[in-house]
Design a protein around this ligand. Structure first.
Ligand code: FES
Length: 106
């Protein structure tokens, strides 16, 4: 089963199992990873699932949709490596995906 490695802002590391098709937000919420709330349930309407994706992984993700780009404009501390976790769906090819959580979600 694919795994996701979350680095929280305080330096803690959490590794969780994420079945195929599960979003990065869903896997975090199910495993109580602090810093990802997923308030809108994955509807791309809250930005509480904001994550930073290392460059090597960023290139392997599906491109952002227009809706994700629009929603990210409302997130704090947005950077070029910002994505919304609810829009990243896990698959075997993303096994070991590393993500970093913004300070604003500390
Ligand atoms: Fe609301 Fe991702 S969970 S935008």
């Amino acid at each position: 089963m694919p795994k996701i490695i979350y680095h929280t802002f305080d330096g803690a590391v959490r590794t969780v199992d994420a079945p195929d098709g599960t979003s990065v937000m869903e896997a975090a919420v199910r495993n109580s990873v602090p810093g990802i709330d997923g308030d809108c349930g994955g509807a791309c309407a809250c930005a509480t699932c904001h994550v930073y994706v290392p460059e090597a992984w960023l290139a392997r993700l599906e491109p952002q949709s227009d809706m994700e780009q629009s929603m990210l404009e409302f997130a704090e501390n947005v950077r070029p490596d910002s994505r919304l976790g609810c829009q990243i769906k896990m698959s075997a090819s993303l096994d070991g995906l590393e993500l970093f959580l913004p300070e604003s979600q500390h």
